[in-house]
Design a protein around this ligand. Structure first.
Ligand code: AP5
Ligand code: MG
Ligand code: ZN
Length: 213
């Protein structure tokens, strides 16, 4: 299964990707997580990307496409993968198409989680994330079993540096200007599934699995 979770910042992509990993036993490829790992390792790429991420802007396409090219070539992607937060621009979507054509594989489904902007700020400011495994929780809507401890790996949860009301505005701006046009791109490709992302986490998961069966 080659899947993509799609949606605005805070729509629930990372949250739902975790359930897909469990069910299909395929890796999640989150460009956001890969970039944050590069920042914590202080690589040149990470330091360059950090400037854009801290301002809520998109990292340049050339950097992102390079990351994905390397990642999809790894062995664990042979039986499928879940793209999360990639692609986010038309050039990225076109590069992905070329890459997958070359690999003789195709996308099975793009799962779009539709959540209006008004709900996004509350989701993002209450989020707690796991630096160990990338899992997301929410202090109110999706709390971890033990406060500030990851359910999956036991690491201490933290607040993401770009999770503040100010940066959220520019992230939403980037989403509407550069990423939302991909809905049409994937609808035309015949792989788009649009889900109501405002429902409870478990309801969204149920709808998602129904759309895949
Ligand atoms: P990235 O890490 O991808 O961030 P994002 O797109 O802003 O998305 P988020 O991770 O914030 O949201 P999510 O949809 O995963 O939501 P989550 O499941 O956590 O990217 C970060 C930055 O990196 C970008 O700004 C950019 O600079 C750069 N970047 C990354 N990829 C790039 C690319 N391809 N091109 C260029 N630049 C790139 O859920 C959010 C919260 O809501 C959580 O607290 C969760 O518990 C809660 N929640 C989830 N579902 C529900 C529900 N149904 N009801 C109530 N609460 C819920
Ligand atoms: Mg995420
Ligand atoms: Zn964890």
């Amino acid at each position: 299964m080659n899947l993509m979770v799609f949606g605005a910042p805070g729509a629930g992509k990372g949250t739902q990707a975790k359930f897909l990993i469990e069910k299909y036993n395929i890796p999640q490829i989150s460009t956001g997580d890969i970039l944050r790992a590069a920042i914590s390792e202080q690589t040149d790429m990470g330091m360059e990307a950090k400037k854009f991420m801290d301002e809520g802007k998109l990292v340049p396409d050339s950097t992102i496409i390079g990351i994905i090219k390397d990642r999809l070539a790894q062995d664990d992607c042979k039986s499928g993968f879940i793209l999360d937060g990639f692609p986010r621009t038309l050039p990225q979507a076109e590069a992905l198409k070329t890459l997958m054509d070359d690999m003789k594989i195709s996308l099975d489904k793009v799962i779009s989680l539709n959540v209006p902007d008004e709900l996004i700020v509350g989701r993002i400011t209450g989020r707690r994330v796991c630096p160990g495994c990338g899992a997301s929780f929410h202090v109110e809507f999706n709390p971890s079993k033990i406060k500030d401890v990851c359910d999956y790996c036991g690491d201490k949860l933290v607040i993401r540096k770009d999770d503040n009301a100010e940066t959220v505005k520019s992230r939403l701006g980037a989403y509407h200007a550069q990423t939302a046009p991909l809905i049409e791109f994937y609808t035309n490709m015949g792989v788009m599934v649009e889900l109501d992302g405002t429902k409870d986490v478990s309801e969204v998961t149920k709808d998602m699995f129904n759309s895949l069966s």
